[in-house]
Design a protein around this ligand. Structure first.
Ligand code: ADP
Ligand code: ZN
Ligand code: MG
Length: 477
């Protein structure tokens, strides 16, 4: 019997507003515990919450970008549960009248597009953070995160594999970053995901019993947790056992999941409209104002890059994953119109440095006109690509100086004089008699080795085209 997986994701995106959802406390990540708290977010009696307009605008922006139906009137509700990270003993969230419903996230996987439907997007406040120290008979609680605005984005159970789940998450992450409403940092918890998964006989229309998975803080973990869970559930069904509806935690160390608690039902939370807050009423003009500010989204931009610049799906995909990189590419295009050359340099050299420094291109010292200048110098044979990569780009990147100034400083103009290069070529051949003999016996691939040696001898200054020509001349003599 063959089985298929059914997956639905509940994603929490922390909105990058400066203050919390119902008070003016700061939301900066990583400050000392309990330094960003006030009577409102710690749930003192007699305080009144006031909703953060920016958070509502961010929520609407995402909902519009994903084609959701926006409810012009929505309600903040109290969701009750007793847990030490929740000082009020209820969380302010949305229940039967959420901010937005329906909509979809379009993903692309192995060149195939698929639309994953959404159930709803709602606004809620985050809880605090518990810190457990195994050596102590108590735990710590940090309320800095309490009251930070979150968007909960609930997908329909339309995801069919762990790979699709990861593609969905990556797409959503890219979109919230394009919109500038969430930094998408999974390690810092700005983007969190609970995964619901069930299995059923292939082709069946009915849903199986679902299990909720928590505690995955990277794409890899989501993928591994789902793969493990699907295998576990199929195993149980094959043994004729039942699947229990429950919440399970992913354990990174063993790459398995284990039970955390039985699943609670909505009525356990005793939802009711928060009497301290009025309804969220949205003006149509605000919708239009926000819609006008939505940039071209990653998948559309990727398709345009493939079309307009004749880039491969792979190249266009990486270039458009981050808005800053895509903008950088297009700004460079305005100055130097060779998309392939710009793309190659960005995807190899530039990304290597950015990944090393764990920064975004907008946080680096590199500017479009320096990259355009560098590539133009290579094209006009003033410098070789090797020289550009090894000696000029590192300086341009680290110091934010122009390629021309580095060339001047280091005296790096490409050497094309045949007379000078012939001498270097002759020396290299004389120093490597063994390789020369093997070349003459037919190992023509050694040409690259000789060229490399000449480049080394000339500190990368030699014009490789001229070197090639001279070497062939000398070797074929
Ligand atoms: P609950 O009431 O348990 O919170 P919801 O109906 O609100 O359940 O759905 C929560 C998430 O679980 C959604 O993302 C939804 O797509 C997903 N889901 C619902 N039923 C299933 C199922 N049988 N298998 C997998 N995922 C499911
Ligand atoms: Zn506060
Ligand atoms: Mg639910």
């Amino acid at each position: 019997m063959e089985f298929e997986a059914v997956i639905g994701l509940e994603v929490h995106a922390q909105l990058s507003t400066r203050s919390k959802l119902f008070c003016s406390c700061n939301t900066t990540f990583g400050s000392s515990p309990n330094m960003q708290v006030c009577p409102i977010c710690t749930g003192q009696p007699g305080v009144l919450p006031v909703i953060n307009k920016k958070a509502v605008e961010y929520a609407i922006t995402l909902a519009l970008a994903l084609g959701c139906k926006i409810n012009l009137q929505s309600v903040m509700a109290r969701k009750h549960y007793f847990y030490p990270d929740l000082p009020k003993n209820y969380q302010i969230s949305q229940y039967d009248q959420p901010l937005a419903e329906e909509g979809e996230v379009e993903i692309e996987i192995n060149g195939k597009k698929k639309k994953i439907g959404l159930t709803r997007i709602h606004l809620e406040e985050d809880a605090g953070k518990l810190i457990h120290d195994e050596k102590k008979p108590f735990s710590y609680v940090d309320f800095n995160r309490t009251g930070v605005p979150l968007l909960e984005i609930v997908s329909k159970p339309e995801i069919s594999s762990p790979e699709e789940a990861v593609a969905y998450l990556k797409t959503l992450r890219s979109i919230v970053r394009y919109l500038g409403i969430c930094d998408g940092n999974m390690e810092e918890g700005s983007l969190r995901c609970d995964a619901n998964v069930s299995v059923r006989p292939k082709g069946s229309k009915d849903f199986g019993t679902k299990v909720e998975l928590k505690n995955m803080n990277s794409f890899k973990h989501v993928e591994k947790a789902l793969a493990y869970e699907i295998k576990r559930q199929v195993g149980l069904l094959l043994e004729g056992k039942e699947i229990i509806q429950e919440t399970r935690l992913y354990d990174e160390a063993t790459q398995t999941t284990h039970p955390m608690r039985g699943k609670e039902e909505a009525h356990d939370y005793c939802y009711f409209p928060d009497p301290d807050l009025i309804e969220v009423i949205i003006d149509r003009s605000l919708l239009e104002e926000l819609r006008a500010k939505i940039p071209e989204l990653p998948l559309r931009r990727k398709e345009r890059f493939e079309r307009e610049y004749s880039l491969s799906s792979y190249e266009a995909g990486i270039l458009t994953e981050e808005k800053t990189l895509a903008d950088f590419f297009e700004d460079t295009m305005k100055l130097y119109s060779n998309p392939k050359a710009i793309s190659n340099f960005l995807l190899t050299e530039v990304l290597r440095y950015l990944n090393r420094d764990r920064i975004d291109i907008s946080q680096s010292k590199l500017v479009p006109h320096h990259l355009a200048e560098l590539l133009d110098l290579v094209e006009r044979d003033v410098i070789s690509i090797t020289l550009a990569k090894q000696q000029i780009f590192p300086e341009v990147y680290e110091r934010g100086v122009s390629p021309k100034s580095v060339i001047e400083e280091k005296g790096l103009i490409q050497e094309s004089s045949e007379e000078l290069l012939r001498k270097a070529c002759e020396e290299v051949l004389a120093e490597n008699p063994g390789e020369v003999a093997r070349y003459k016996e037919g190992k023509k691939g050694l040409l690259g080795f000789f060229v490399g040696q000449v480049m080394k001898k000339t500190q990368g200054k030699a014009n490789p085209k001229v070197v090639n020509k001279i070497l062939i001349e000398l070797l074929e003599k």
